[in-house]
Ligand binder design. Structure first.
Ligand code: PEP
Length: 254
């Protein structure tokens, strides 16, 4: 009922030549995939070239960030309109690296979410607790603030073009994946929050991705969980073979 979605966040990696090579390899490996939605998110400078390479493939394009204004005096920023113009269908918003390194708040993230949706981009909204927050028992409070803050003022209709990614910060780039049970517990909690904010249909239809050291050898177990609808993949999305195996997760266990 919820189509699985596997998204690759390339972060600050790949020159133009390297991005072209990876995009070409993915188009070749994933040409026949129809039952899983696939998104890749290269750096801004590679978006235009990658858009051309993946144009006739099942792979869609996302940016890793945007600014919540269309045009204006915002030096160094890129707007949702410009992302759409260059061929993006989606944008990642609120990644923990931006929350931590660049001080992005839930309020600022919400402005970006609204602008991106208004522009017609699909939004991947990232949420997740740090290790300290988990260990001090604040996890549910943090997730509640991030989900409520990020989704403030949205309509159920807008929610149909938004995906939530649960990414426990302690599992990102560390090789430490949340256990299947830990991930399922957080996803089920987030789905409950969406139901409280909107309605049962909206929460049932909302896709929630897991992110945090997803690899070919742990994706099957994660995807077998009831409330895990896909993955946001960092490190393993930089390798065509690994990312393709993740896209082709073992559906028999689902
Ligand atoms: C990410 O960047 O969103 C991520 C989950 O990274 P990694 O897979 O490397 O942990």
């Amino acid at each position: 009922m919820r189509k699985p979605l596997i998204a690759g966040n390339w972060k600050l990696n790949k020159t133009l030549a390297e991005a072209e090579a990876l995009a070409k390899a993915l188009v070749k490996e994933l040409a026949d995939v129809t039952d899983t939605e696939i998104i890749i998110a290269p750096v801004f400078t590679a978006l235009g070239r990658v858009a051309e390479i993946i144009a006739d493939s099942p792979v869609s394009l996302a940016a890793q960030n945007c600014y919540p204004q269309e045009t204006g005096a915002f030096t160094g920023e890129v707007s949702p309109l410009m992302l759409k113009d260059i061929g993006c269908q989606a944008v990642i918003i609120g990644h923990s690296e931006r929350r931590q390194l660049l001080g992005e708040t839930n309020q600022f993230i919400n402005l970006k979410v609204k602008k991106a949706l208004e522009t017609g981009l699909q939004v991947i909204l990232c949420v997740g607790e740090t290790l300290d927050q988990r260990e001090s028992g604040e996890m549910l409070e943090v997730l509640t603030a991030q989900v409520k803050g990020g989704l403030a003022d949205l309509s159920p209709e807008q929610m149909t073009n938004l995906v939530i990614a649960y990414e426990p910060v302690w599992a990102i780039g560390t090789g430490k994946t949340a256990s299947n049970e830990q991930a399922q517990e957080a996803h089920s909690f987030i789905r409950g929050l969406v139901q409280g904010l909107f309605d049962p249909d909206t929460s049932t239809a909302c896709r929630i991705l897991y992110g945090g050291s997803v690899k070919p050898d742990n994706v099957d177990g994660l995807m077998a969980q009831d409330d895990i609808d896909g993955a946001l993949v960092g490190g393993a999305s930089l390798n065509a073979e690994d990312f393709s195996r993740i896209v082709r997760f073992n559906k028999n266990r689902h």
